[in-house]
Design a protein. Structure first.
Length: 161
């Protein structure tokens, strides 16, 4: 699709600006050391939600921009060819761009595992979305409890016709 066909708001929403990237070594180190982790055989997600009220965040002189930020770690162990590593990163960035506006502010670092080289782009995106759901950053599909919506609570008064 040509970018001129999309409205300007759609173009802005699908961008991946530098403020949405985890780039500094100290940020990666902080997320790996103090963040939480969820994993699948193909990807691992290290994440740290922003908590401006914590003393550590207040004492940090390095001000991070608000919003969700993505960092990617795809080593040569995953795929020795740069083309393969870039394909993995491209699929993950695309998925992140689509969900960024719904994610809680924080840092998300995805570490690809060797099995990722054998997966298609769609399967990588599904795995990434599954990790975001397991981390609590995205709602799980169909999440709504164990009772059907059309059921009436046993404590509710009966309405006989």
């Amino acid at each position: 699709m040509d970018t001129t066909d999309r409205p300007p708001s759609a173009l802005m929403a699908s961008r991946f600006p530098p403020s949405a990237r985890v780039r500094a070594k100290r940020d990666f180190d902080r997320i790996f050391k103090h963040g939480r982790r969820v994993a699948l055989p193909v990807l691992a997600l290290h994440y740290s939600f922003d908590e401006a009220s914590t003393p550590a965040a207040a004492a940090d002189a390095y001000a991070r921009p608000a919003g969700a930020r993505l960092g990617l770690a795809v080593s040569r162990k995953v795929d020795p060819r740069a083309v393969g590593r870039n394909r993995i990163k491209r699929a993950l960035r695309e998925s992140f761009r689509g969900h960024r506006h719904r994610l809680p502010a924080g840092d998300y670092v995805v570490v690809a595992r060797p099995a990722a080289a054998r997966e298609t782009g769609d399967r990588l995106r599904q795995a990434f979305e599954n990790l975001l759901q397991r981390a609590g950053a995205l709602p799980r599909p169909g999440q709504g409890g164990t009772m059907r919506a059309d059921r009436v609570s046993p404590d509710a008064p009966r309405q006989d016709p």
